[in-house]
Design a protein around this ligand. Structure first.
Ligand code: HEM
Length: 536
């Protein structure tokens, strides 16, 4: 008997089959063969053994068995949306990048926000850095600005990244995510890595528990270059500022929400876009010359330092609006591949050693995460202009050129793609010289001054939240030597901070006795910052 036109009962088990009418699509195998029964495996008689020849069942189960791909080694939990970017005016003085020239030209974007340490199923509101990755599908190819919601980073050299991440991930023996052991390993690592002190102040502050992705700032962190048509280079630091303002949760709220609604941030973004309340950010740069950078008193190639806005104010470039949710989370948000080395003519790198390491890491990891050197052909990753070159074959190759030529130079096919010396991407010809060595510059040695500037720029309630964050997180750590080492670092940042944290840890009276491990090496802050700079 027909059931509301949806299907019919069939078989002795009385199960519901939704069979097609003339106007409905046929359910098929992946080979396009229409399937008569999708719910019963082929057996010998109604209760006999199953038959190996059941290609319909085997294809379905095999595909299911391979549904999962490896999650990202970091930033595994994320949420994405589509939108557009439009510049306010031409920024030709700064850069020749096509997407920053014409206020009438909208560039499509895809953005993925993420946490860093947790797995794909971890709660949204954990205390963590947030990824803020933007892919601009420009007329000259894809440009990825792969940033975070905090303007500095933990380490100065990419060679330390595996150690930093291992220290915050579950321990190899017990695999507790973010639990007791990870607190020990993380605080042990950062205590032995004083360059992380500035970032730690941000991570223990309210910045690490944002209220919403829509209320988060974003930063490119590293110093990049912009190159104009004349070939002039200007150093830039990228900033995203949310139109709604920057807001955080309270720690108690973050903990409760993590239990009650682990999808809090993704739901918030999806609902806002779905209801037409499109989130918006302004993109700005701090632009400065190499000569100006020499005067700053800190090294602009050091990713643990920011350039204070009192020193170089922001130049607004344009705005980004997110106005479309994804249609398929896996196809888009999971398979998107951001990479700091995706730049377009007019944008270039600096010698920041963390950035230089990142330029290698992303393509390398994506080859194993997405499983094929052709992942750039997945629609979410494909440039909107056409990619044309002589790379060929490999798993899941779709871009199969017609004809016999797969090499250049060639004189057999005048229609094949050619180099573009005038407008193609050409690296900025920075002068470089020196001997090969493994050494960090002396100008990277001040680990405390900007941590102190940050702490002193906070209001009293914000400072209390930092003390609370440190006390809570360090309180999860069992090792006294790790506590003592961290209190020594805090002593370099601010004496009262170290005393308050020591008291909260039940180490009253001890902070004062801790001898700093190393003498701090202080930079000279500019007069504009002197109000925050008083020594501890
Ligand atoms: C992923 C930002 C440092 C390796 C990501 C993502 C962001 C990000 C936002 C997630 C992208 C997405 O949503 O798909 C940053 C920032 C850094 C930094 C701002 C420092 C300023 C590093 C370093 C390394 C690294 C130093 C390695 C040397 C990776 C890897 C992934 C990743 C392997 C996973 C990529 C994927 O599977 O697609 N990073 N990261 N990151 N990052 Fe970083």
């Amino acid at each position: 008997a027909k059931q509301n036109g949806q299907g019919s009962y069939r078989g002795t088990g009385g199960e519901l089959h939704q069979t097609n009418t003339d106007s409905q699509a046929h359910l098929t195998t992946n080979q396009g063969v229409s399937v008569s029964d999708d719910q019963n495996t082929l057996t010998v008689g109604p209760s006999g053994p199953q038959l190996l020849e059941d290609h319909v069942m085997r294809e379905k189960i095999t595909h299911f068995d391979h549904e999962r791909i490896p999650e990202r080694v970091v930033h595994a939990r994320g949420y994405g949306a589509h939108g557009y970017f439009e510049p306010y005016k031409s920024h030709a003085k700064l850069t020749k990048a096509a997407f920053l020239q014409d206020p009438k030209e909208r560039t499509p974007v895809f953005v993925r926000f993420s946490t860093v340490a947790g797995s794909a199923g971890s709660p949204d509101t954990a205390r963590d850095v947030r990824g803020f990755a933007v892919k601009f599908y420009t007329s000259e190819g894809n440009y990825d600005l792969v940033g975070n919601n905090i303007p500095v980073f933990f380490i100065q050299d990419a060679i330390k990244f595996p150690d930093l991440i291992h220290s915050v991930k579950p321990a190899p023996d017990r695999d507790f995510p973010q639990a007791q052991s990870a607190h020990d390993t993380f605080w042990d690592f950062v205590g032995l890595t004083p360059e992380s002190m500035h970032m730690l102040m941000w991570v223990m502050s309210d910045r690490a528990i944002p209220r919403s992705f829509r209320m988060m700032e974003g930063f490119g962190i590293h110093t990049f270059r912009m190159i104009n048509k004349q070939g002039d280079s200007t150093f830039v630091k990228f900033h995203w500022r949310p139109k709604l303002g920057t807001y955080s949760l309270m720690w108690d709220e973050a903990v409760k929400i993590a239990g009650a609604d682990p999808d809090f941030h993704r739901r918030d973004l999806w609902n806002a876009i779905e209801s037409g309340d499109y989130p918006e950010w302004e993109l700005s740069v701090q632009a400065f010359t190499a000569e100006q950078a020499e005067e700053f008193g800190y090294d602009v190639l050091d990713p643990t330092k920011l350039v204070p806005e009192e020193e170089v104010p922001l130049t607004p470039l344009g705005r980004m609006v997110l106005d479309r949710n994804v249609e398929n989370f896996f196809a888009e948000t999971e398979q998107v591949a951001f990479c700091p080395s995706h730049v377009v003519p007019g944008i270039d790198f600096s010698n920041d050693p963390l950035l230089q390491g990142r330029l290698f890491s992303y393509l390398d990891t994506q080859l194993s995460r997405l499983g094929s050197p052709n992942f750039h052909q997945i629609p979410i990753n494909a440039p909107k202009n056409s990619a044309q070159n002589f790379q060929r074959d490999g798993h899941m190759q779709m871009g199969v050129p017609a004809g016999r030529v797969a090499n250049e130079p060639n004189s057999l096919d005048d229609g094949s793609p050619r180099e573009n010396p005038k407008e193609g991407f050409a690296s900025y010809q920075a002068e470089e010289a020196g001997s090969k060595q493994r050494i960090r510059p002396e100008s990277f040695a001040d680990h405390y001054t900007q941590a102190r500037l940050f702490y002193h720029s906070m209001t009293t309630p914000e400072q209390k939240h930092i003390v609370g964050g440190l006390a809570f997180e360090l309180g999860k750590c069992k090792e006294t030597k790790v506590h003592t080492r961290m209190l020594g670092h805090l002593r370099h940042i601010d004496k009262d901070l170290s005393i308050e944290v020591a008291e909260a840890l039940g180490m009253k009276g001890q902070a004062d006795k801790i001898k700093p491990a190393v003498e701090p090496f202080d930079m000279k802050p500019s007069p504009a910052l002197s109000q925050y700079a008083k020594a501890p």
